[in-house]
Design a protein. Structure first.
Length: 447
């Protein structure tokens, strides 16, 4: 407790860190306030059917990512996922289209151009998702005995408001990145997930109390298993494979350089939680298609991919995670560049020739450690489906691994690592006595 108080006191002493934390808190409060501002013309009392619809299935995940704004028919209902979907498309284009690949290599100016293209694409996705959301909202309101205001004017203005709300959330995320602490977009998602955690725990506890015999014991077992999964997730985020690098001796003037052995810590999961976020964004596409489709056969086919406890949903989700893990690792880690830097500094891997052979060796190591890392990531991601099968309340089951837990662990470690960096830079003790916090890689730079 004394260590905690001392750490908080040190954080408060650093003016820049204190300002960043308060700025982050302010933006989070604005985001949470906006998630309760209902679209104009909609009766909040008539949203019971929509809230029941988002209590399970894929829509429950979408509602979690939006921090409850989806179920509240809020101006932030579409959340941040359209921006993430646009980021996926632009990053894929950097590999498939030479123009975008060249833009990526232009440095800061190229990054600004790509960000601008991502924003334009986000608006296009929002213009498709906005009417789809309103169609679904109209159906749910009719079930509750209410109705949306009719006419093109309401549809147009509501779509514009939904688009503006999501773009404002994106702007808040960028401001958190620039002036706050941590990666803003990831932090926005984290806030939405944490907002649903207390309610999920209370629901599960209440349901277990009503069980006849052993309900409370089962709840304790669930909490213990949850802690085990959290520990496994932290190990996945922090796990590394060390590659030894020997630096040759060289004499410059009267000074001797090199002659030491160091290690390159290659991440077992170099992509962090980005494959989870990317794959989840792809799995939200059926919601948009169903909103526009009037065909029962089409809705039945896509409906199979909207059941997040079903086989096909989890199978496709796991495959996408594995593919995106390889994809994101490939664009964030460049073995050729690493080999060139080692050669430039008279470094080499024992038993491997410098240059091309070193690049091939590093690429082989990354391929070998990425496969088990991606499979383990996929297993943790689909674990909520197994938790639901064993009778865990679906809202609480989402935290037994899955997108929610991995994002919560990864983003929390990243944020704590940034806070610790500020403390160590000012010669204060870190957050832990046992050593520095190991966050993810800078994989969130996609945003």
């Amino acid at each position: 407790m004394n260590k905690l108080i001392e750490t908080l006191n040190n954080i408060w002493k650093i003016e820049d860190l204190r300002s960043r934390l308060l700025t982050t808190l302010l933006f989070v409060m604005i985001y949470r306030f906006g998630s309760y501002v209902v679209l104009p013309g909609i009766d909040p009392e008539a949203l019971t059917a929509l809230k029941a619809q988002t209590s399970g299935g894929l829509l429950a995940l979408l509602d979690m990512f939006s921090g409850g704004a989806f179920a509240n028919a809020s101006v932030f209902a579409l959340g941040i996922m359209p921006y993430i979907s646009a980021s996926i498309v632009v990053q894929l284009l950097t590999i498939a289209v030479p123009y975008f690949h060249k833009m990526q290599r232009e440095g800061e100016s190229g990054r600004r151009k790509m960000n601008q293209i991502t924003r334009y694409l986000t608006v296009g996705i929002l213009l498709l998702q906005g009417p789809s959301y309103l169609v679904n909202l109209s159906v749910q309101l009719r079930q509750a005995g209410s109705a949306l205001p009719s006419g093109f004017f309401f549809q147009a203005t509501s779509t514009i408001i939904l688009c503006a709300g999501s773009m404002f959330v994106m702007w808040l995320g960028e401001r958190i990145t620039d002036r706050g602490i941590g990666n803003g977009i990831s932090f926005i998602i984290l806030v939405g997930i944490i907002a649903r955690l207390p309610e999920a725990i209370v629901r599960e506890f209440a349901s277990r109390l009503t069980d006849v015999g052993g309900g409370l014991i089962m709840f304790i077992v669930e909490i213990l298993f949850l802690l085990v999964v959290i520990g496994a997730s932290i190990m996945l985020v922090q796990g590394t494979r060390k590659v030894p690098v020997q630096y040759a001796k060289r004499v410059v003037g009267n000074k001797q350089y090199g002659g030491v052995r160091q290690y390159i810590p290659l991440k077992i999961n170099a992509a962090g939680v980005m494959p989870i976020i990317f794959a989840q964004a792809i799995m939200f596409i059926p919601i948009t298609i169903v909103g526009f489709s009037k065909s029962e056969s089409m809705q039945g086919f896509i409906g199979a991919f909207m059941n997040n406890t079903g086989f096909w949903y989890n199978f496709v989700f796991a495959v996408l995670i594995i593919l995106f893990t390889y994809f994101y690792t490939a664009i964030t880690i460049n073995p050729t560049q690493m080999a060139e830097e080692m050669k430039r500094n008279n470094g080499f891997i024992p038993g491997v020739k410098p240059g091309k052979k070193t690049a091939e060796y590093l690429d082989m190591i990354m391929s070998r450690i990425t496969l088990p890392g991606s499979i383990f990531l996929a297993i943790i991601a689909i674990m909520p489906a197994f938790a639901s099968i064993f009778g865990v309340n679906q809202s609480f089951a989402q935290f037994f691994g899955g997108t929610s837990l991995l994002i919560l662990v990864g983003v929390t470690l990243d944020t704590l690592q940034q806070i610790e960096s500020h403390l160590l830079m000012r010669h204060y003790d870190g957050l832990l006595k046992s050593g520095r916090i190991k966050g993810r890689t800078s994989g969130v730079s996609a945003y």
